[in-house]
Ligand binder design. Sequence first.
Ligand SMILES: Nc1ncnc2c1ncn2[C@@H]1O[C@H](COP(=O)(O)OP(=O)(O)OP(=O)(O)O)[C@@H](O)[C@H]1O
Length: 603
Amino acid sequence: MSERNNSERNNLGFIREINGPIVTIDLPGIRSGEQVKIGELGLVGEVISLNGREATVQTYESTDGVRPGEPAEGLGWPLSVELGPGLLGGIFDGIQRPLEKIALQSGDYIRRGLSLPGLDREREWEFEPNPELGPGKQIGPGTVLGTVQETETVLHKILVPPGLEGELTELAPNGDYAIEATIGHLRDKAGHSHRLKLFHRWPVRKPRPYLKRDDGISPLITGQRVIDSFFPQLKGGKGAVPGPFGAGKTVVQQQIARWSNAEIVIYVGCGERGNELVDVLETFPQLEDPYTGRKLMEKTLLVANTSNMPVVAREASIYVGLTMAEYYRDMGYDVVMLADSTSRWAEALREVSGRLGQMPVEEGYPAYLSSRLAAVYERAGRVETYDAGPGSVTLIGAVSPPGGDFSEPVTSHTKDIIETFWALSKELADARHYPSIDWVTSFSAHVHAAAEWWHKEVDRRWEARRTQALALLARDAELSRIVNLVGPEALSDAQRWQLEGASLIKEGVLQQSALDEVDTFCSPQKQFALLDLALSIYDKGMTLIELGVPVSHLQDLPQLAKVRRCKSIYNSDQVSSITDLGREIEDAFEAIRVQYAKQHSDD
Ligand SMILES: Nc1ncnc2c1ncn2[C@@H]1O[C@H](COP(=O)(O)OP(=O)(O)OP(=O)(O)O)[C@@H](O)[C@H]1O
C-alpha cells in the first residue's frame, strides 16, 4: 500500500483487451484493488478481479482510442483519497480531483489521464499543536496532534492516521505549514520512525476504524416538519429519499444540507443528469449557512461526477464521499452525507457486471446488488472516536426508481437496509403538496428513540400526538374513498370533522414551502406547537360534535384559516403566538358550546 513498496516492484505491464470501461491487463505482481494507470494517456483505473498476472480493471475515464498493447502501470496502492485541511469548500470529481483546478488547467472538459492531487500543496495552514502532547507521549490512531482553522467555522483536527502507533518523538510548534510539511515524528514498536503530516491517504473502499459504536441518541433536526415530527432520523442513521422524476428530491436534500444540525455536509452527485449537477454546483456555493450567516460551503464539500466520465466512475464516487465523511466523523463531527442518487450508482454496478459477463439476477442487476448497497449504508453510524469524542455519519441516499416504481430492485433492497424512508409521491407533488413525502408509505425506525429526545426537550406528548395525527390521516384516506364513491352527503358530522382535522394537519403541519422565508425552517418547538394546535382543535371540535353541535358551526370559524397559515406567520421564536391562537380558538369553541347549550335549554 505504501509508495515505498511500489518503487520496489516492476509495475509495468500492457493492455490485452478493452471492453468499454473494462480493461484486461497483463501485469505480473499486480494486486486486487490496486490503482492503475492505463494506456499512454494514463487513465485512472482500479483492479476489480485477478487471474494470475491478468487483471480486470475498471477505468474511471473513457477508453476511447486506447489500444491493446499500450502500457499499464500498477501504482502499488488502492484507490485512495487525501484527507487533510482544504477539503471543505472543495468540489471534487468522483476520484477526488479538484474540479476548479482542473478547469483552470484543462478548461471545462477534463483532459483524460489528468492527475491532480485532491489537496492543495502550496497553501499553508496555521497549525496549533495539541498542548497535551509532547515528546515521549504514546500516541495511536486518531490521536489529535493539533488543529488547523480550516474555514471560519470549522476547526480541523489533525489526526494520527489509522495503523500508526508508538511514541511521539517530536511535534512541531505553532506555525504555518503546507500539507506535506512534517509536523511530527512517531517511533513505532519496531523502532521505525514515521513522519506525521497535516494529511494522510486512506483507501476509499476500506471503512475507517473507530473505537466503538456509540448508541447515544440525538436526532438529526432538519427543520422540516414531515421529517422531524413524523419520520425522524437520528444522527448516524441511514435514510433514503425515493421519488419519481420531479417530485422534489433535490429540494429535500438541499433543505437537509442547509438546515440540519449536522456540522459537516458532504454531497455526492453520482451521475444525476448533467444539468441537475450544474444546478447543484451553482446553487450550493450561493447558499448561506443560517446558523453562522456564512457561506454553507464553509462546512460543505461536493463530489460530482462529470458527464465525460463513464458510468462506472459513479461507483467510486460514493466511496470517495464516504471516506471523507468518516474522516470528519473521526474528528468528532456530526456529518451528513447526501448521495444523489444511489440508483445511478447501482446502474454502474449493473454495467460492470454485464461487461464481466456475470449472471444478472433482477432487471440486469448482479446478485451482489443488495450486499453492496448494505455495505455502503453500513458505513453510516454514530461512533466513539479514538480521541475526539462521539462523531457520526448520517447517510441519506436519493433513489430514482424508473417510472416511480418502488418495487424495482434498488428501491426495494434499499428499503430493507435503511431506517428512514421518505417516499416522495407524484400525486402529492402534482397537487403541489410539498415536501411530497407520503405519510402512508414513508416510515422511520427511529420514532421511539427520537421520542426520548422530544419528550425531554420539547413535550412529553410528542409520540402520542404523532400517532394520533397519523391515525387521523389514515382515517382521512378511508373517508376520502367513501366520498369518491358515494359523495360527501353520505358522511356524518363526526366524519366530516375528521376530514377537517386531517386537512388541518396536511395544510397546517405537513406542507412546508422551502421557498417561504419564514416556513423554510421550523424549530422542534414550533413543530410541536403547530401539531398540537391542529390536534387540540380537532379534539375540542369532536367533543362539541358529540354534544350535537352541527359541524358547519365549527367549520365556519374564521380562525381555522389562520391555523392553516400560522406556519408562515410566526417564526420559530414566536411559538407563544401559536399557543395564544390555540387559546383564542378554545374560547371560540366554548362560546359555541354555551350558545348551543342555551338554545337547547330554550327549546
Ligand atoms: N419543499 C418544497 N417547497 C416548495 N417547492 C418545492 C418543494 N419541493 C419541491 N418543490 C418544487 O418542485 C420542483 C421540483 O423539485 P426537485 O427539483 O427537487 O425535483 P427532483 O425530484 O429532484 O427532480 P428530479 O427527478 O429531476 O431529480 C422544485 O423546483 C420546486 O418548485
